[in-house]
Design a protein around this ligand. Structure first.
Ligand code: TXA
Ligand code: MG
Length: 314
């Protein structure tokens, strides 16, 4: 499938055009505060199939469905008290909730890969909110990158990987959070952290008033959790204090290096820079070494993505 990929501005005309294209079953990338998503009408099986084709995904992983608010979310799932607590505290924002589907959900079964559950998210990015309001329906959107590659945090990243494969990209500059949403499973007996992401685990635990179970890597329910995701072309070596040989060094905190996630050691800044700097390093065609990043707050999600970038390629 080849298309001329149109770049749309995030002004009223661009938002209206993006919404019209989604309604026509087209594929439209759009900004969220986490990463750019590759959007399709979640009720339209052909459009959703197009998402998998455009990404070159080898299999049908379930996708996150984006909605405008918690009321819209309740239209598709069996809501519960924990969902209410987390949605009130963190929506709109970088949190996806996995809940049991209602029997009358009306979503394409491709979106959920036939599972009895669906991941829902209310993004906070103003352009995403305007697009969801204008479209007035559920938008399935994985990150707008070819399967297995680094997630996009700008329209330029989207075009680098997806130009000619999608209909349009709504351009509204770089993403502020820079890491995919945190995914919490609420369909079982107790809430489970399924993917570390842009909302720190500590914030979730404070809202829930207790520790959150974490999905171990053996019982992967989120197939996007496959190792060797987020991979640059070059090899990646973690916990490096200095570069060796031909390596380029990605630093954290004050240190000599080629690029620095955050000179001041700020994890929020590091998260926002992570994918853009991995894209930049990827263009240098040299092995990559990465300095240690502390394992708390957003550091957990940053380290998760770095471990996947460094994992042996399948
Ligand atoms: O920040 C984000 O979450 C971005 C933006 C665009 O919203 N989206 C994103 O989507 O990261 P994607 O498709 O790259 O990741 C979706 C993740 C996958 O790991 C998938 O397996 C998991 O969500 N997922 C979706 N539905 C699920 C379900 N029913 N149960 C468990 N995991 C699910
Ligand atoms: Mg992704």
């Amino acid at each position: 499938m080849t298309h001329e990929t149109q770049t749309l501005k995030a002004d009223p005309a661009g938002i209206a055009e993006a919404a019209r294209r989604l309604a026509d079953g087209e594929l439209v990338a759009f900004p969220t505060e986490t990463v750019y998503g590759l959007g399709a009408d979640a009720r339209n099986g052909r459009a959703v199939a197009g998402v998998f084709a455009a990404k070159g995904r080898p299999d049908f992983n379930p996708l996150i469905v984006h909605v405008g608010d918690a009321d819209a979310a309740r239209r598709y799932v069996v809501w519960n008290d924990t969902a209410e607590v987390l949605a009130s505290a963190f929506w709109p924002g970088p949190l996806s909730l996995v809940l049991q589907l209602r029997s009358d959900h009306g979503l394409s079964p491709l979106v959920t890969a036939g599972l009895p559950t669906v991941a829902l998210r209310v993004p906070a990015h103003p352009a995403a909110r305007k697009l969801l309001r204008a479209f007035d329906g559920p938008v399935a959107a994985p990150s707008a990158n070819p399967s297995g590659r680094i997630s996009p945090t700008s329209a330029a990243h989207v075009l680098e990987g997806m130009a000619g494969r999608i209909n349009a990209v709504l351009d509204d500059g770089p993403c502020s959070v820079g890491l995919e949403s945190t995914i919490v499973g609420l369909a079982g007996p107790a809430p489970r952290l399924l993917r570390a992401g842009g909302l720190p685990q500590e914030a979730l635990e404070a809202a829930l008033g207790g520790a959150l179970g974490v999905e171990s890597s053996e019982e992967i329910v989120a197939p996007g959790q496959l190792l060797s995701h987020y991979a640059p072309r070059a090899s990646v070596r973690l916990n490096a204090q200095t570069s060796r040989g031909d390596e380029v060094l990605l630093g954290f905190g004050p240190m000599p290096c080629d690029l620095n996630l955050s000179q001041s050691g700020d994890l929020t800044e590091a998260a926002a820079n992570l994918f853009d700097q991995l894209h930049q390093l990827d263009h240098m065609d040299r092995p990559i070494a990465v300095a240690p990043v502390p394992e708390h707050g957003l550091g957990r999600a940053i380290n998760d993505r770095l471990r996947r970038a460094a994992a042996p390629r399948g």
